[in-house]
Design a protein. Sequence first.
Length: 279
Amino acid sequence: MATLIEPKVEPLTEAVGAVIEGIDIGAPIAAETIAFIRATLVERGVVFFRRQDVTIEQMWDFIAHFGTPWKDDSFGADDNRPEDVQIMDSVSTRYGTSIWHTDSSFLAEPPKFTILRAVELPRVGGDTCWASMTAAYDALPEPVKAMLEGLSAVHTIDVPMERLDDYGEEFGAAFRAIHAPHQVHPVISINPETGRKTIYVTESCTSRIIGLPALISRHILAMLFEHIKAPDFNLRWRWSPGDVAVWDNRTVQHYAVPDYATSRVMQRIVVKGERPRRP
Ligand SMILES: [Fe+2]
């Protein structure tokens, strides 16, 4: 029987993030409490639950309250069960995600939410940063907003794969065998659950803005990539074992700090998403 409890929410910065206390994500949770968590998640962009001692099945069941769980956003159509979720040591791939990105924007329908749980951590290092693309959008001057609205950009897996050398080559080839080489998404998108506009280009995957000369496109993207990095819009989370983060890929970008050389083991599941929408 699910118990109805009033969770406590502690915002982390003005722009982004909140810790939700008083929830055991492995236990049955009342529908009202799920609705409360979802509202907090889409409003804050990323939420954290501390000290969650759960199995991958419990984590899967928890995230299933928010949509269709997916063990991996790029592959894995045939074996999509909790037992298929791989436990990932990111020590060898840490330079692939140490760049601001939203998960898998190179897909036609990038995942809506991602859930990540810390299992084994380096003694120090391996933090993750999240930044609100809503706050970053709101901070743009009106003439710049007007210039960007209506534009579309190309998202490709090539850039992150280049950062991974041989492994990237291999992964990229497997990816391209089943997916289109790139996708086109709006530069300014909207989160349909909040109705708020967001910047939807990333240093990780966006290669060019369509319809602009290459030089102009490159400089506009560089301006946006620089703009979103301001500490005004972001937070940095120092993981403890058992910490769980859930984020809304339509609203935030994240950056995994690669300042470690020993194991950093995490469990990750995504929730199926839709094509990013134009306002
Ligand atoms: Fe990521």
